[in-house]
Design a protein around this ligand. Structure first.
Ligand SMILES: C[S@@+](CC[C@H](N)C(=O)[O-])C[C@H]1O[C@@H](n2cnc3c(N)ncnc32)[C@H](O)[C@@H]1O
Length: 259
């Protein structure tokens, strides 16, 4: 077997998102950041068009799942890879429904995405932080809840991402990862056709940029299947892990608990 010293490409294996041309974790992360920064001005429009507005239901459903945390005034909540902040806003809306005022922070490493999140949330009690999910500038044991919607799949190292989330959670804190799945059967066949052909074509047409909408289906295909992902969550230390499919498995929510 070739050692990593003999093959420099293997020295830092990409065990996460792998945009075209990236040979290591640093390059993968840089390309992902560049990609999201380039589509930031059209991100919301594209998201709603391409998901046919179902994204809103998924964010709301995820927030509802964590209603028991969000109804606590003393809860500390982090929405990781928050992008333009729609998942973050759904968490706030859920908290406000129960009259609670937890502290909710959205974090992302794309400045352009965060700028849009900031503008969209003027007047709302949300905080934003420019930070890399693989190296959060936050102390251990800070949060009662960490969510991440359609962001985790883009991390350059899934295991490192899970370990970092585990680190910043308090004991008993919860994790929710909402991301795309790969449904089986007829639904899967229709979905794959849409995802691989229609979505890149429409995405490229509206954004005028080719790369990101080619990357999207590739990143979903590369993302571990639920059983594998649950194994990784357990290995990172999470307990009571589960996955619940949304909309016939097109998306799904991973849930786990620290301690
Ligand atoms: C598909 S968007 C999802 C945005 C939002 N959560 C949503 O549901 O619409 C993925 C986001 O993850 C962010 N991201 C990817 N890797 C990251 C990392 N290592 N650290 C912080 N943010 C990251 C990107 O900048 C992008 O804004």
């Amino acid at each position: 077997m070739a050692s990593s010293a003999e093959n420099p490409k293997q020295s830092v294996p990409v065990i996460g998102a792998a945009p075209e041309g990236a040979v290591d974790r640093q390059q993968a992360a840089a390309k992902v950041r560049e990609m999201f920064t380039s589509i930031a001005p059209r991100y919301d429009l594209l998201n709603h068009v391409l998901s046919m507005q179902v994204d809103r239901l998924w964010w709301r459903r995820t927030a509802r799942t964590f209603g028991h945390v969000l109804r606590r005034n003393d809860a500390m909540v982090l929405d990781l890879c928050c992008g333009t902040g729609d998942m973050t806003a759904a968490l706030l809306a859920r908290a406000q429904k129960s009259g609670a005022t937890p502290r909710i922070v959205g974090a992302d490493f794309s400045h352009a995405m965060l700028q849009r999140a900031t503008i969209k949330s003027i007047g709302k009690p949300l905080r934003w932080m420019e930070a890399d999910a693989l190296n959060l500038p936050l102390p251990d044991g800070t949060f009662d809840l960490v969510t991440t919607a359609f962001g985790f799949r883009n991390l350059a190292d899934y295991d490192a991402g899970l370990r970092e989330i585990y680190r910043v959670l308090k004991n008993g804190g919860e994790l929710g990862i909402l991301d795309f799945g790969e449904p089986k059967g007829v639904v899967g066949a229709v979905y794959r056709t849409y995802f691989r052909f229609v979505l890149p074509a429409v995405g490229t047409m509206i954004s005028g940029i080719k790369g990101p909408y080619k990357y999207l289906p590739a990143s979903v295909a590369r993302f571990p299947a639920p059983e594998e992902m649950l194994k990784r969550m357990r290995a990172a230390g999470f307990s009571e892990v589960s996955w619940s499919p949304h909309t016939l498995g097109i998306a799904g929510l991973y849930w786990g608990k620290k301690g």
